[in-house]
Write a protein that binds this ligand. Structure first.
Ligand SMILES: Cc1cc2nc3c(=O)[nH]c(=O)nc-3n(C[C@H](O)[C@H](O)[C@H](O)COP(=O)(O)OP(=O)(O)OC[C@H]3O[C@@H](n4cnc5c(N)ncnc54)[C@H](O)[C@@H]3O)c2cc1C
Length: 360
């Protein structure tokens, strides 16, 4: 019997598998398709991402350095208010390559990572979990002490283990223009109800355009208009769901959720790569598969690191719904050099963060 069966080899599942295997656990990872595909993510991340990536993968994943963002209360024709640092804030990276590098690292640590295996059923019993998967050679049944649902926003594990859903889902859509662009700024357009549209320069890999909105709120029409306003015709488009607001519980009797399955994302950007991996590390450290009571320790640990940031992230997101004149005045007053970490809105309230805001 395995210690853990991990469903999904995205960043959260692969990171959990690596951390748990490093601790000597027997870990089986089942991924439904080719690792990293289909792409549905900008791969715009804080520099913290490099703590999780093996050194040798760094050069192949890096695309562009980002120093700041221009916030627009309107489309590309409006002047944006710049928020920036003198040093690099974030990177645009190859997201497909990231998943592959993280899965390789999990395999190197001793996890058994199998792609092309779709989990179709999960049964939690008193003393074990039984996971059914279909793969190239037919249907397999795996037994483990625990199952880890790292299977993204529409998690099958979450549903099978009767765990609650995240509070909200957004529908994100993005597309790529091949024209190289290595400028230092991303553009953010506060033109979408309760969220935003974006433009990310990706160096030699071109430019990405995207937006996220409530599902059903004319997401593709809005995206077409964004592309028209920028005067671009995109050859590659993709889309995915973004969960916002983790549910009250992400653990069951012998089950736990990590990453998007658990709604571990930043409410003000939808970014979940780093929160998911941080939570995965807590899970691997706290959960002893022989002792289901340790699942509570995982709940406590990840919430104590991320709960406050997520709460502040919700507060930041409220600003996207302010009346336009207030947004304009606020952006004008606050723009300039900042000292905020892009994953931690709490850094706004550090001495350095406040000094940067009031000292201009
Ligand atoms: C348009 C868009 C842009 C985004 N941009 C960013 C960004 O710039 N920065 C950022 O940090 N985040 C971004 N995100 C969010 C980010 O993509 C997610 O937070 C992140 O992928 C979550 O990782 P995960 O491992 O939890 O889930 P996922 O990456 O979704 O991985 C889940 C894995 O589970 C597999 N799976 C699902 N069901 C099964 C099954 N039944 N059996 C086996 N395998 C299964 C899937 O194939 C997938 O590989 C974006 C999201 C969207 C939609």
């Amino acid at each position: 019997m395995h210690d853990f069966v991990v469903v999904g080899a995205g960043p959260a599942g692969a990171r959990f598998a690596r951390s748990a295997a490093d601790r000597g656990r027997d870990v089986l990872v089942l991924e439904q398709g080719e690792i990293g595909l289909p792409l549905a993510c900008s791969g715009h991340v804080s520099l913290d991402v490099w703590e999780y990536v093996p050194d040798e993968a760094r050069d192949e994943l890096f695309q562009n350095d980002i120093y700041g963002a221009r916030f627009h209360v309107g489309g590309p024709e409006t002047a944006g208010e710049p928020f920036y640092k003198r040093e690099v804030i974030s990177n645009a990276i190859d997201r497909v390559g990231l998943d592959k590098a993280l899965a390789r690292a999990a395999g190197d640590a001793g996890a058994d990572v199998r792609d092309e295996h779709t989990v179709t059923d999960v049964e939690e019993r008193r003393d074990r979990v039984v996971v059914t998967a279909s793969g190239p050679d037919g249907v397999d049944v795996h037994e483990a002490r625990m199952v880890v649902g790292a299977d993204g926003p529409r998690s099958r594990v979450r549903e099978a283990c009767d765990l609650p859903e995240p509070r909200e889902f957004l529908h994100g859509v993005l597309g790529f223009d091949t024209e190289p662009d290595a400028q230092d700024y991303v553009d953010v357009h506060l033109t979408v109800p309760r969220f935003f549209a974006w433009r990310i320069p990706r160096g030699d890999d071109g430019v990405e355009y995207g937006l996220a909105a409530k599902p059903g709120d004319d997401v593709s029409g809005r995206f077409d208009r964004l592309c028209e306003e920028y005067g671009v015709t995109l050859d590659r488009r993709c889309s995915g769901l973004i969960p916002i607001g983790p549910p009250k519980r992400v653990t069951g009797h012998r089950s736990l959720l990590v990453g998007d399955a658990a709604g571990q994302t930043k409410p003000f950007t939808g970014g979940g790569i780093l929160y998911g991996m941080r939570a995965a590390d807590h899970a691997a450290r706290e959960v002893n598969p022989e002792w289901p009571a340790t699942l509570d320790d995982y709940e406590d640990a990840w919430r104590s690191e991320l709960k406050n940031e997520i709460r502040l992230g919700h507060a930041v997101r409220l600003a996207y719904s302010l009346p336009r004149p207030v947004q304009r005045a606020g952006l004008r007053a606050l723009s300039g050099e900042i000292a905020v970490h892009m994953d931690r809105p709490s850094t706004l309230f550090t001495r350095e963060g406040l000094r940067a805001l009031v000292g201009r």
